[in-house]
Design a protein around this ligand. Structure first.
Ligand SMILES: [Fe+2]
Length: 181
């Protein structure tokens, strides 16, 4: 289950409804869906995942104007993993929404809102997040360096990070809080 942390205010939220309410003023979505009972086995293919979650993907696509969906699956065995992670662990924005629905594994988003303290959202299986276009953020995998997520895109022609000149990501620990399990 997700965990939201606001280091400067010593706030920690673990209830999905509380996390949803906290991120809403920043036009973000947070939801938790039941995943474990939906997956026939952990070894299910990316195509099967997209088929299994088709109703949810269609609903979200209508809500956010997304045109394509895919599944990204990374682990310590993924070639070039460190180079891939290095692109996203530095504060950046995108010119389209970043939507992630976690199927398995863990990762942590840090969000740097305008006029509000930085907060992190640790994501686990079943957690859905939408980081809207233009939102300053960065992302790290948790200690196991494994995650499988559905991604939704508004623009099939590209999705690239725009880096901030005075990135503040180094001031925050990229470590996840929850124990594995
Ligand atoms: Fe990003």
């Amino acid at each position: 289950m997700a965990k939201l942390n606001v280091p400067e205010k010593s706030i920690t939220l673990t209830e999905p409804a509380e996390i949803k309410a906290y991120v809403e003023p920043y036009s973000m979505w947070f939801e938790h869906w039941d995943v474990d009972s939906r997956l026939p086995s952990p070894a299910v293919s990316n195509e099967e995942i997209l088929e299994l979650f088709k109703p949810e993907i269609e609903l979200l696509s209508k809500r956010g104007g997304f045109v394509t969906a895919d599944v990204i699956n990374v682990s310590p065995e993924t070639p070039g993993l460190d180079a891939m992670l290095a692109k996203f662990c530095v504060e950046h924005t995108h010119s389209e929404d970043e939507v992630r629905f976690v199927i398995s594994g863990r990762g942590i988003f840090h969000i740097n809102p305008v006029n509000a303290p930085v907060f992190s959202v640790e994501m686990e299986a079943g957690d859905l997040i939408n980081v809207p276009e233009g939102t300053r953020h960065w992302f790290n995998l948790c200690q196991e360096k494994s995650i499988k997520t559905i991604r939704l895109f508004q623009d099939s022609t590209g999705w690239a990070p725009h880096y901030l000149e005075d990135a503040i990501d180094k001031q925050y620990s990229p470590l996840c809080f929850n124990s594995v399990g």
